[in-house]
Design a protein around this ligand. Structure first.
Ligand code: GRF
Length: 202
């Protein structure tokens, strides 16, 4: 399966997916990385891995519709089977999602539906949560609200800062995103019934 990964920043999730796809039995290939930021650190990492990159700097476009139209035109050329949003910090319109409905995945650094939106780790700590985690879900028109495909749980430790918690969660993001992409690309509904896929004290 042909996969395009969307990033806005460091792209550590994109790197994790690209590295996983190098396994001969992995049923997906990352054929391109798209970013809304020409200076996204992940673009250089993708290029170094031999993956085509395309930047669509938002300010180069008159409005959101024009920005999305440029990206959609590139996607039509690439013809991906699956789109993975990975640290992509921009909401997609319903018109953008429609042609790819059911084939757009996103990783969110919280146990949705808790803490949708931004600053999830700080909010979890401030709420006194004893656990935190991440979610891979299908992308629908609403923000961070599509069907949940996989989650991983980590402990919130006393003295945790947003950064220390983010680092603990990020390791699990890389793991579950790889597992979900493998399952979806293989045409299987990802399951999290095997215990180690859900509860990670990592
Ligand atoms: C990750 O926590 C991801 O969940 C969030 O952005 C952070 C950085 O992601 N959306 P990446 O390193 O750019 O993949």
């Amino acid at each position: 399966k042909r996969v395009v990964v969307f990033i806005s920043g460091s792209g550590s999730n994109m790197v994790a997916l690209a590295e996983a796809s190098h396994a001969t039995d992995f049923p997906a290939e990352i054929v391109a990385v798209i970013s809304d930021k020409a200076d996204a650190g992940g673009l250089a990492k993708a290029a170094a891995m031999g993956i085509a990159t395309h930047a669509f700097q938002r300010r180069d476009y008159e409005n959101k519709t024009a920005h999305e139209a440029a990206i959609l035109a590139k996607l039509a050329e690439i013809a991906p089977d699956i789109i993975c949003l990975a640290g992509y910090m921009r909401l997609l319109s319903a018109e953008f999602i429609r042609p790819y409905e059911g084939r757009i995945l996103n990783i969110h650094p919280s146990l949705l539906p808790l803490f949708a939106g931004l600053h999830t780790h700080q909010r979890a700590i401030e709420a006194g949560m004893k656990v935190a985690g991440c979610t891979v879900h299908l992308v629908t028109e609403g923000m961070d609200e599509g069907p949940i495909l996989a989650q991983a749980v980590v402990p919130v430790l006393s003295g945790d800062t947003a950064d220390s918690l983010a680092a603990r969660v990020l390791r699990q993001e890389h793991r579950i995103y790889r597992d979900v992409l493998r399952a979806v690309a293989a045409g299987e509904a990802p399951t999290t019934d095997s215990s180690q896929s859900v509860l990670s004290l990592g």
